[in-house]
Design a protein around this ligand. Structure first.
Ligand code: PA5
Length: 445
């Protein structure tokens, strides 16, 4: 079971810059109130909790057909429609494309070089495309869809059999196109928001396509949900996670949260968490800043900053108890003191020792940190992590007094893009961009 160890956040361990039990107790009534609001589904978007009980028959059926018929599987999507699948792929099937089929390509950014390269690597006749977009109209996803649909429909007779759509059950452009062309579709339930959708067909279809039992992912989520719905703060790891980061932000001015998994396969999970936390909480002038990192690699890149830079960070380690395999370091070069100590140990001993030492080094100089440990990187524990972070983030939204399910701040940039790309009704936005360009000409070197 996932465990949260927050000893190094507490005053008793790291001194006056740490949190006291009294501070946590002081927030207890608010926590009980938020717990009631979550259970009473104060916001419809809490529907992501219902995903744990979904029927996965259709997902499994489509995935099985894709596995049988195709050598390549392209996912088009962005934000919440891409980061969850990426996290699943990298955690549960690392370096997948080197020896597994179908090969998977997750294309989210609209960088033309990337899509051009993907197209040069695949044979369209052997390729399936899953277009993931809740709204059915996101510019990046739909532009790439338009390119691929055009190419496929011009080169293969039954192009519609190669396209799958994961989208809103009833509305949106992609739903309309799917109905018209006859694509097979999977629904993203109406009240489930993009960044809380990894446990919907958004993430589960890919899991099944790469041979992972989606029921295991959901089982993990169901099991952690019992703990994460305990109204008692001291027993609920998700609520505690939110409370600790909230207190550190509001009372200690530590508003940067670095998430550092000690596993290469969890790099994308760290990015997934950062989107979830940032887009859910960064509004009304509040919210703490998450940034993704990776251990041990960033001990040789970022650690200096965490140790001796501005005291504005909380470091969140993600530890793996059992890596599922190991490699022994041979007992060679014993006459070299600088190397001989390594011989006879294993790589997992080394990575764990480095993680524990970094925790301690930070704690010794009173820099707050906490750790989330999971027994293994497998489907069951990925399900636990996803759900744990989703509950923690939604809870934190209530604590900060913001709506953790909207993203009003991203609209203005979109509106300017619409104007520049000639969307009807956005002509004034285009004018603004052109005017702004004049100002931008003044200060250049
Ligand atoms: O969390 C969110 O709602 C966003 O990050 C969306 O997932 C992202 O903007 C993509 O939206 P859509 O799935 O509608 O294409």
């Amino acid at each position: 079971m996932l465990e949260l160890n927050f000893s190094n956040m507490m005053g008793e361990v790291i001194g006056e810059r740490g949190i006291s039990e009294r501070q946590i107790e002081g927030i207890k009534t608010t926590v009980h109130d938020i717990d009631r609001r979550i259970k009473g589904r104060e916001r419809n978007e809490l529907a992501f909790i219902d995903l744990l009980e979904q029927d996965t028959t259709e997902i499994k059926g489509i995935a099985s057909d894709i596995r049988k018929q195709f050598e390549n599987f392209i996912i088009l999507g962005i934000g919440g429609s891409a980061l969850g699948p990426k996290a699943i792929l990298e955690a549960l099937s690392p370096l997948h494309n080197l020896d597994k089929r179908p090969k998977v390509f997750i294309y989210d950014n609209v960088d033309p070089r990337t899509l051009d390269r993907i197209l040069s690597l695949i044979d369209i006749k052997k390729t399936a495309v899953n277009v993931i977009t809740k709204s059915g109209s996101t510019a990046e996803t739909m532009a790439s869809f338009m390119i691929l649909w055009d190419k496929f429909s011009k080169s293969v007779p039954d192009a519609q059999k190669r396209f799958f759509a994961t989208t809103d059950p009833v509305k949106g452009n992609l739903r309309e196109i799917s109905n018209e062309k006859g694509f097979r579709t999977l629904p993203i339930p109406q009240n489930v928001v993009g960044r809380y959708s990894v446990l919907s067909p958004v993430g589960l279809l890919l899991a099944e396509v790469i041979g992972i039992n989606s029921a295991e992912i959901l089982k993990g989520a169901i099991d952690i949900h019992k703990k994460c719905s305990d109204p008692e703060i001291w027993k609920n790891p998700a609520y505690l996670f939110g409370v600790l980061l909230y207190i550190m932000d509001k009372e200690e001015k530590k508003n940067i949260n670095v998430i550092v998994p000690y596993a290469d396969g969890l790099k994308s999970t760290a990015e997934w968490f950062c989107q979830l936390w940032a887009e859910s909480l960064g509004k009304l002038g509040t919210g703490s800043t998450p940034y993704p990192s990776i251990g041990t690699t960033d001990q040789h890149s970022q650690l200096q900053l965490w140790m001796e830079g501005s005291e504005d960070k909380v470091i969140i380690f993600v530890k793996i108890n059992d890596y599922g395999c190991d490699l022994k370091i041979p007992m060679i070069f014993h006459d070299m003191d600088g190397l001989s100590y390594l011989g006879g140990h294993t790589l997992s001993e080394l990575i764990k020792a480095e993680e524990e030492s970094t925790e301690l080094a930070l704690a010794r100089i009173k820099r707050p940190n906490m750790s989330i440990s999971i027994p293994k990187v497998d489907a069951y524990h990925m399900g636990q992590m996803f759900h744990f972070f989703e509950i923690a983030t939604a809870f934190a939204g209530f604590l900060y007094g913001v709506n953790p399910f909207n993203q009003p701040g991203v609209e203005e940039g979109k509106n300017f893009t619409y104007g520049m790309m000639g969307k009807k009704g956005y002509e004034a936005k285009k004018e603004e961009v052109i005017k702004a360009r004049e100002k931008k000409m003044c200060w250049r070197v």
